[in-house]
Design a protein around this ligand. Structure first.
Ligand code: PMP
Length: 293
């Protein structure tokens, strides 16, 4: 069966799921989105994703055309319609169709669509052996311009860094902020571990408030590790004992090499491995039931 897409509240086949060429999401990247996952028939952290979606929309003064409750129901219905248990769900809300000018006032109604598809993960090998990454020369958007805390459709900044990763034949790139502090990766948050303490950049540096990031901070505290949010530089990364990335798609994934330098002993560290296990336990047991009623 082909994918069925939720196009503004209507189910249509993938081939028929098209948007207007006058949509400001397409013309200007004017819109917001979420990437959500379901595991074994449960949507993980659905409320958190909905909150962030509506907060991002508010930040760009865009009214999501349906209520939060309705959006949740539409997401669940879309997964059901595609008969999925383990899925990656993309929710996109655009400013809607307007004219060719920039003015959002010319877009009378925001537009949304939901794609529920099977997931493409990093191969399991990388969770066991770790990833190599680089530090990109492209800096993260400055918060005074397009704030990275807004999950907007403007991902060109991240794409430019991803191109650098491609050129270096690695799968992710670390992005610094304007001052040279580590911000995040192109699609993931970043953590280092030094002397048993987990450290991640504060979001004011220029990073998304990742839902996986928050979940991992809580898990780490429950496991008795000290965690802090403080600025750090590439030197702190090179001398870290361990390093890992977090994201809805990536989950918790170890980094063992940065800019061709080994991190720690060049193997995933014990705390990272413990967190991978704890996070998997959590995704396997928590979430909103898709097929409950
Ligand atoms: N940073 C960026 C730039 C992202 O796009 C994402 C999500 N793909 C993340 C971090 C991780 O956020 P989350 O854990 O909420 O998926």
């Amino acid at each position: 069966m082909g994918l069925i897409i939720n196009l503004n509240g209507k189910f249509v086949r993938k081939e028929k799921a098209v948007v207007s060429v006058f949509d400001h999401g397409l013309l200007y990247g004017d819109g917001v989105f979420e990437g959500i996952r379901s595991y074994n028939g449960r949507v993980f952290k659905l409320d958190e994703h909905i909150e962030r979606l509506y907060t991002s929309a508010k930040a760009i003064t865009m009214t999501v055309p349906v209520s939060k409750e309705k959006m949740k129901a539409e997401i669940i219905a879309t997964i059901r319609r595609n008969k999925l248990k383990d899925s990656y769900i993309r929710v996109v809300v655009t400013r809607g169709a307007g004219d060719l000018g920039l003015n959002p006032l010319k877009c009378p109604k925001a537009f949304y669509f939901i794609i529920a598809a099977s997931i493409t993960l990093y191969p399991e090998k990388f969770y066991k052996e770790g990833l190599a990454v680089i530090c990109a020369s492209t800096r993260r958007n400055i918060p005074e311009a397009v704030n990275p805390m807004i999950k907007s459709l403007n991902y060109l900044n991240n794409i430019l860094a991803k191109l650098e990763a491609n050129n270096a034949e690695v799968l992710e790139a670390i992005m610094l902020n304007r001052e040279g502090y580590v911000a995040e990766c192109t699609g993931d948050n970043i953590f280092i571990i030094k002397n048993g303490e987990l450290i991640t950049p504060p979001t004011y540096i220029g990073a998304l408030e990742g839902i996986t990031r928050d979940a991992v901070i809580k898990l780490a505290r429950e496991l008795g590790y000290k965690t802090s949010e403080k600025p750090f530089t590439m030197v702190d990364m090179y001398i870290a004992d361990e390093c890992f990335l977090t994201g809805t798609a990536a989950e918790v994934i170890p980094v063992i090499n940065i800019d061709t330098r080994h991190i720690g002993n060049g193997k995933p560290g014990p705390i990272t491995r413990k967190l991978i296990e704890a996070y998997r336990e959590m995704t396997g047991t928590q979430g909103t039931e898709i097929y409950a009623s």
